[in-house]
Design a protein around this ligand. Structure first.
Ligand code: CP
Length: 314
């Protein structure tokens, strides 16, 4: 399959962040994802776009959605895929990231998909290897394919991003998903609000062109999209709010609170969900939730990203 016709020509072997992308590059990825989405609805869910290419999934942090989504995406493009996780590998014997990646590259891998706990790890790796590098989440920096699949889902449901009112709720401070959403949504002309406890909102976030609110009940009724972020207890080194129960009371999307939102609001969450904390089960599984659409769309978006980065000139 060829990339959709258009003015923009993709030249990057790596996808490290949405911050580095132009509006046109984001639109090209979304447009390609739209073409690939149709492949997953076929009886034979496969195209030969990356036949003969090899992708390595290199995950140094746990993942359910992202790792399997990249694996499904690679297989639907007819690429070969190697899954590598830090447990059970020589990383646990002290091998450096660079040595691990160079050994994998020596097997003529074309693209490495990497998740790592350190912000900047994907960029570091991209400078070390000739293979393409796709960032599957680096520390608290970015999670570009999650940002892209979130924007793809918003566009699918709301038809356009320009002028869309999107509120990111929760732990903005530790969220790579929030940063990727903000960069992408602002480049495409959305109006973005971040809402959470003051301790979980970075002090300089307004510089990215977002509005800040600490009062969800005041802003919820103005939004087209509520993108609810996970409380990242594993990244929080201090007490950022008094208790989980108080967090849920102020910022959780309960059955009562969702009634204050527009009837056509969509509710998103990147997963994994802390049910009863960020979202009640009724809201997570309710008619406004597009959480499983996000997962479905993740495959198409990752097919687009793998296709363009792997086919880019080295
Ligand atoms: N959204 C997301 O990154 O989920 P996983 O941690 O399961 O990959």
């Amino acid at each position: 399959m060829n990339a959709p016709a258009g003015e923009t020509h993709w030249t990057r072997k790596d996808l490290l962040s949405i911050e580095e992308l132009s509006r046109e590059e984001i639109e090209l990825l979304l447009q390609t994802a739209e073409s690939f989405k149709e492949v997953s609805a076929r009886e034979v869910k496969k195209v030969p776009a990356l036949r003969g290419k090899t992708i390595a999934n290199l995950f140094f942090e746990p993942s359910t959605r992202t790792r399997t989504s990249f694996e499904v995406a690679a297989k639907r493009l007819s690429a070969d895929i190697i899954n590598f996780s830090s447990s059970g590998s020589s990383t646990s014997k002290g091998e450096s990231l660079s040595d691990t990646a160079k050994n994998i590259e020596a097997m003529n891998v074309d693209t490495i998909v990497m998740r790592h706990s350190s912000s900047g790890a994907a960029e570091y790796l991209a400078r070390q290897v000739k293979a393409g590098v796709v960032n599957a989440g680096d520390g608290i920096h970015e999670h570009p394919t999650q940002g892209l699949l979130d924007i793809f889902t918003m566009k699918e449901r709301k038809k356009k991003i320009e002028g869309l009112r999107v509120c990111l709720v929760g732990d903005i401070l530790h969220s790579r998903v929030a940063r990727s959403n903000i960069w992408g949504l602002k480049k495409l002309g959305a109006k973005v609000t971040v809402c959470g406890p003051p301790t979980l909102i970075p002090s300089s976030i307004e510089r990215l062109g977002v509005e800040v609110s600490y009062d969800l009940d005041r802003v919820i009724g103005e939004q087209d999209v509520l993108n609810i972020l996970r409380i990242q207890l594993e990244r929080q080194k201090g007490a950022f709010f008094p208790s989980i129960r108080e967090y849920a009371a102020e910022y959780g999307i309960s059955n009562e609170r969702i009634k204050k939102a527009r009837p056509d609001v969509i509710v998103m969450h990147p997963g994994p969900i802390n049910r009863g904390v960020e979202l009640s089960s009724e809201v997570a599984d309710g008619p406004q939730s597009v959480i499983l659409d996000q997962v479905t769309n993740g495959v198409a978006v990752r097919m687009a990203v793998l296709f363009h980065t792997t086919m880019a000139e080295r």
